[in-house]
Design a protein around this ligand. Structure first.
Ligand code: ADP
Ligand code: MG
Length: 224
């Protein structure tokens, strides 16, 4: 599903910072993969490239055999909306929209009618055990509930892959495990998932751990 060949990325604001120095990586459909590495090693940079949120400088990125390179902003947004769901450490929910509206948001960009959007959002909220919180604002919810809403929002557009950047980073260990259980469940239903984490206990629950070091994939641990 995903193939990276010799991906390089340098940031140029300030003195040039060569973050990715030839990353090779393959991720198959239905896999649950974790990415580990020291702070500043380029995990988020790599995830943002995978999510077509950011460009790379050289190499090739194939997503379902489509070369993701030099895309126009419109084309990039189209692929992103159709193929990819995102989950972030800080949840990135819209503070003035309630849980249902937050979950429904991706469908708004697909021009689905409000009634249909809200109906589908309610289905996903129910799946996440959050139906009774549909009308609550993010500020009225716990961290674990917010992350479950973010996961529902990532799922609602039926993407092919979910990219999660430190999804448990802001949660206590019990809530982290609940969120991880939910992500594993989503993976069991067939979704491909890439989870960035610096917690070994989280990473060991995935199929394989990809270690980033010094700008390249230092090693890959196959776990199951
Ligand atoms: P990680 O997620 O592994 O902590 P990042 O991918 O966020 O690492 O960052 C890798 C390096 O690139 C860090 O040194 C960071 O400061 C730098 N960096 C990240 N994003 C930018 C940016 N937009 N502009 C300049 N430097 C950046
Ligand atoms: Mg990061």
């Amino acid at each position: 599903m995903i193939r990276l060949e010799q991906i390089h990325k340098t940031y140029h604001n300030g003195s040039p910072l060569h973050v990715l120095k030839g990353v090779d990586l393959e991720i198959g459909k239905g896999e649950l993969v974790s990415i580990m590495g020291a702070s500043g090693s380029g995990k988020s940079t790599l995830l943002n490239i995978l999510g077509i949120l950011d460009d790379y400088d050289s190499g090739n990125y194939y997503l379902n055999d489509v070369l993701i390179k030099n895309l126009s902003e419109t084309k990039a947004a189209e692929y992103r909306n159709r193929m990819i769901g995102f989950v972030f450490q800080s949840f990135n929910l819209i503070s003035f929209k309630n849980a249902m509206e937050n979950v429904a948001l991706p469908l708004y960009y697909q021009n689905v009618s409000r009634k249909k959007r809200n109906m589908q959002a309610m289905e996903y909220l129910e799946k996440m055990g959050l139906k009774e919180h549909a009308l609550h604002l993010p500020s009225e919810l716990s961290g674990g509930q917010k992350q479950r809403i973010a996961i529902a929002r990532a799922l609602i557009a039926r993407p092919q892959i979910i990219l999660a950047d430190e999804p448990t980073g802001a949660l206590d260990s019990k809530t982290s495990q609940e969120v991880m259980d939910l992500l594993k469940e989503v993976n069991r239903e067939g979704m491909t998932l890439v989870v960035v984490t610096h917690e070994r206990d989280i990473a060991t629950q995935t199929n394989k751990i990809v270690h980033i070091k010094d700008g390249i994939i230092g090693s890959v641990e196959i776990l199951r």
